[in-house]
Design a protein around this ligand. Structure first.
Ligand code: NAP
Length: 248
């Protein structure tokens, strides 16, 4: 009988996270996901997942990843409901374009709280159960800006680079427990996060990209399913770009 693995995806209500919920549902996983402020979007994703995989179990939980207690509560709910958790995907994130010299303390701390602290809280909350079962897959959704640095996105770049450091160090610490930890570094992906960019901006970005287009949330989601698979156990501590060749 095929083992049915369980995945928790943070920020599954929209964009890349929503595509991931559906991709894991189709791949035969039971899927829990969190959202922050769009319950209607979460509800739509939940129904779509149920339609894709009527035999699957799906769960959506409101939890702000920047709040340690909310993350702990969400992980307990998932463990109580699924019995085990094999895969964690730290995907929830925010972006902001601003000159470095205009950044306020609040801008900086909020970015760190959501994009970096959220992954710390999530990994820490799931690890005791993963260590006990001597198996786990953790994926951290970084960004090409975490690899190269993005002008006018210094706080975002710093948080995303922090995820790469977190992932590499955690991969070393948890490897002996059968747990792999990898980062995915998307390039320019068409989601709400790109809503601040004009069509001209997007066309210019596509032109700069070797494959001459922007990426889709589904393309990132398929990479997640690959890295989360039981057969991907010899890949750990890596940063995999899904960027059409924009960063090589
Ligand atoms: P998106 O469309 O804006 O979706 C963001 C998701 O994160 C939503 O589900 C949102 O929930 C959730 N979220 C935001 N703040 C949260 C919080 N405090 N607590 C819990 N959930 C929260 O973004 P996306 O483009 O799919 O991005 C997903 C990840 O990929 C992010 O980490 C982003 O940095 C990374 N990434 C994106 C791109 C890109 O070009 N799009 C490129 C590189 C990396 P609500 O719906 O409830 O607000």
């Amino acid at each position: 009988m095929k083992i049915r693995d369980h995945v928790l995806i943070t920020g599954g209500s929209r964009g890349i996270g929503a595509a991931a919920v559906l991709a894991f549902a189709q791949a035969g996983y039971d899927v829990a996901f969190t959202y922050s402020s769009h319950p209607e979007a979460a509800c739509t994703v939940l129904h779509e997942a149920q339609r894709f995989a009527p035999e699957g179990k799906f769960l959506s939980i409101q939890a702000d990843v920047s709040q340690s207690k909310e993350v702990t509560r969400a992980v307990s709910t998932v463990l109580d409901s699924f019995g085990s958790l094999e895969v964690l995907i730290c995907n929830a994130g925010i972006a902001q374009q601003k000159l470095f010299t205009d950044l306020t303390d609040e801008d900086w701390h909020h970015m760190m709280a959501v994009d970096l602290d959220g992954a710390f809280y999530s990994c820490r909350a799931v690890l005791p159960a993963m260590i006990r079962q001597k198996y786990g897959r953790i994926l951290l959704i970084s960004s090409m800006w975490g690899q190269t640095g993005g002008s006018c996105e210094v706080h975002y770049s710093a948080a995303k680079a922090g995820l790469i450091g977190l992932g590499k160090a955690l991969a070393k610490e948890e490897g002996p427990s059968g747990i792999t930890v990898n980062c995915i570094a998307p390039g320019v992906i068409e989601t709400d996060m790109m809503s601040g960019f004009t069509d001209e901006d997007k066309a210019a970005l596509a032109e700069e990209t070797p494959v001459e287009r922007l990426g889709s949330a589904e393309e990132v989601a398929r990479t997640m399913v690959f890295l989360a698979g039981r057969e991907s156990g010899y890949i750990t501590g890596q940063v995999l770009g899904v960027n059409g060749g924009l960063v090589i």
